[in-house]
Design a protein around this ligand. Structure first.
Ligand SMILES: [Zn+2]
Length: 59
């Protein structure tokens, strides 16, 4: 009984982690230096890794 509960919990956690992974990062392009990078869109401010500018757009 306990094993079944753990298995269900594991599957639930695994599916949640997979969803988080799929939606966590998107591509952004810097409007200053044209550098393309991946970042979590929920993280603000999104900064260019190369020049540190916040002037970026989703690619
Ligand atoms: Zn830049």
């Amino acid at each position: 009984m306990a094993e079944i509960f753990i298995l269900i919990l594991y599957m639930y956690m695994g599916g949640k982690l997979m969803d988080d992974y799929n939606s966590s990062t998107v591509y952004f392009r810097c409007n200053i230096c044209d550098f393309l990078f991946q970042e979590d869109p929920e993280r603000f401010p999104v900064r260019c890794f190369q020049c540190g500018s916040e002037n970026v757009s989703r690619a």
